[in-house]
Design a protein around this ligand. Structure first.
Ligand code: ADP
Ligand code: TPW
Length: 568
């Protein structure tokens, strides 16, 4: 209250940052404390926000990124300056590459010292360092700009193609005071942060015409389609058109994997044989062999591409019918005209059905085997069967063989439940994504992790225990990166570059922090442990002992190793 002879009530940068986030319904911060942001973290908690503190900023950033993917609201990661910022930067870059909306907010040192390189505590020109790895990077210099600065960061992260935004908050900004009334007025609530972007009618007509002339059409759903939350429109397009579809890994579950039109079990066949491919929120990058070459068969394809980013079109191969807009609007428009497109021929559907049946029975044979020790297949068969009874469970997945086989074997039944190494094929997302998914959804998470993959974020199991999150980590322990059998050719005492300590007990790491550890060597033991751990809803880690000779180097990517590629 201001009276004539009192100084006006004041607020400061700390309060304004929290007020601005809360005004935009952002109620969770993932981060790691230190100068100059510890008080900001404390205040967030005191003001009713959830602050989830991590052991390393990269994992806080990954948690924020996956929260962004799940909700279409930017996840917030808060770090200290220079080293904390740099630790978070990997996650910011990964979010940008994957088109996930997040905001990395870092405290920074005194500008006048940084700009003259005079050697401040944790000195770094963070704004410029962030620029190449983010969709945008902003700095707020004045307390009265905090409202507009945070609004700008939010809108940039979520509108158009989503991505990572860096927001630089100099230490002096946080302690700057302004009048509370002025502060209140400066807070901005972003209006319509993810505006619909309606496609042009002629683009829709063009796309429908290409579909009309298709003999062997295919729909390809990418993680953009999952992100868009246009689930019913996409289902309507697939079912009304009768066109077979293929989900990319994080689009699994958008339609249930046991949907009759899923062509997943005939993936290579449909990619090679289709004549018209409708891409919905999927880029023709390395994950789709750049839209050309052997994977795509002999005849040139006609592509229809739905994307929010116009410059994605013609990135690798010419696109016959680009449809630019948000997926919900584009797909609805296509659905309106889809009755004019005749259903795919029985020959095309029959050929896919035959191929699926053959591949599935071959896979069933492999999965039915019970080798001792377990291999990837017998362990994943078990995980598949347990997760079938819990379609609400979030699945996080990384590794090489562990990633490739899990993607192929474990079915998903609900959208936005599968989170994995994504566009970069990055290792280290495991515990960050698990924490982000558990905190965001309040539902259980199962993380299926190669033993090497797990190591990148393993310390965060303390975070999982501290916040009592319903996360079950399954470590596929085969004693090394890819496999555990390499030998040092010199006979020296150092092990080979891919080899770890043999018979490690990752379950004991979880026990160290009060979680439940299981050590399992058979599918039966794995089934009991996983069922029990999911039902308990408490932190658990299952050390699943896998045959160290199972799998291949780099999993499905063996051919990308330069020495293998050179032999071809
Ligand atoms: P995947 O790895 O599953 O193939 P990508 O990450 O390569 O998927 O592609 C996702 C694409 O989705 C990006 O090109 C992005 O621009 C696009 N996208 C993301 N959100 C939307 C949206 N709401 N509407 C339209 N396109 C979107
Ligand atoms: C940040 C290179 C790709 S896959 C992998 C590494 C190190 C681990 C494979 O072993 P793992 O899996 O997890 O035991 P599995 O199932 O085959 O037994 N650093 C980063 N990202 C990547 N992708 C690598 C290194 C890599």
């Amino acid at each position: 209250m201001t009276t004539e002879n009192q100084t006006p009530e004041l607020t400061d940068g700390f309060h304004l940052v929290i007020d601005a986030l809360k005004a935009n319904d952002i109620n969770t911060i993932f981060g790691l404390v230190g100068i100059p942001i510890t008080d900001l973290c404390r205040l967030a908690q005191a003001e009713g926000m959830r602050f989830i503190g991590f052991r390393h900023e990269q994992h806080a950033g990954n948690a924020a990124a996956i929260a962004g993917f799940m909700t279409q609201k930017p996840g917030i990661c808060l770090t200290v300056s220079a080293p904390g910022f740099l630790n978070g930067l990997t996650a910011l870059a990964n979010a940008t590459v994957n088109c996930f909306p997040m905001i990395l907010i870092s405290g920074s040192s005194e500008r006048e010292i940084v700009d003259l390189a005079q050697g401040d505590y944790e000195e770094m020109d963070q704004l410029n360092a962030a620029k190449p790895y983010a969709k945008a990077a902003y700095r707020i210099n004045k307390a009265e700009d905090i409202g507009i600065g945070i609004a700008r960061a939010i809108r940039t992260a979520v509108s158009g193609r989503p991505g990572g935004v860096y927001l630089d908050l100099p230490a002096q900004l946080l302690s700057q005071s302004i009048s509370a009334a002025e502060g209140k007025k400066s807070i901005v609530r972003v209006v319509d942060p993810v505006p619909r972007q309606i496609p042009a009618n002629d683009a829709i007509e063009r796309a429908l015409n290409v579909l009309k002339n298709a003999k062997r059409p295919l729909i390809l759903l990418g993680k953009g389609a999952a992100y868009a939350q246009a689930d019913s429109e996409i289902r309507a397009l697939v079912e009304k058109s009768g066109i077979p579809y293929l989900p990319m890994s994080m689009a699994k579950g958008l339609l249930p994997d046991n949907h009759p039109q899923s062509a997943s079990a005939a993936r290579s066949f449909v990619l090679a044989e289709a004549d018209v491919v409708l891409l919905i929120g999927a880029r023709l990058n390395w994950l789709l062999a750049h839209g050309k070459g052997k994977t795509w068969g002999k005849e040139p394809k006609k592509f229809i591409q739905i994307d929010i980013s116009p410059t994605e079109v013609d990135s690798n191969v010419p696109i016959e019918a680009p449809v630019i807009g948000d997926i919900g609007s584009c797909v609805s428009a296509l659905v309106s005209g889809i009755a004019s497109v005749s259903k795919p021929s029985p020959e095309w559907l029959g050929a896919i059905a035959d191929k699926k049946e053959k591949n599935m029975s071959k896979m069933a044979e492999t999965l039915a085997k019970n080798p001792s020790p377990m291999n990837f297949h017998s362990a994943l068969r078990t995980i598949r069967d347990v997760l079938k009874t819990r379609p609400d469970v979030n699945l996080v997945n990384e590794g090489a063989n562990t990633l490739d086989f899990c993607r192929a074997i474990v079915d998903m039944y609900q959208p936005r439940k599968r989170f994995d190494s994504g566009t970069w094929g990055i290792m280290g997302i495991g515990m960050g994504y698990s924490i982000g998914a558990a905190v965001t959804s309040g539902l259980p998470v199962v993380a299926v992790e190669g033993d090497s993959a797990f190591g990148f974020s393993g310390m965060e199991i303390e975070t999982i225990c501290r916040y009592k999150l319903p996360v079950t980590v399954v470590v596929f322990n085969n004693n090394g990166v890819y496999r555990g059998t390499d030998v040092n050719p010199t006979g020296g005492s150092d092990v080979a570059p891919t080899v770890f300590v043999k018979n490690a007990r990752y379950d004991k790491m979880m026990e160290a922090f009060g979680g439940v550890g299981y050590n399992v060597t058979t599918p039966q033991e794995l089934e009991v442990a996983l069922t029990e751990a999911i039902a308990a809803g408490k932190p658990a880690l299952i050390n699943a002992v896998i045959d160290e000779t199972a799998g291949t180097e780099s999993g499905r990517l063996t051919n990308l190793n330069p020495s293998t590629a050179a032999k071809k």
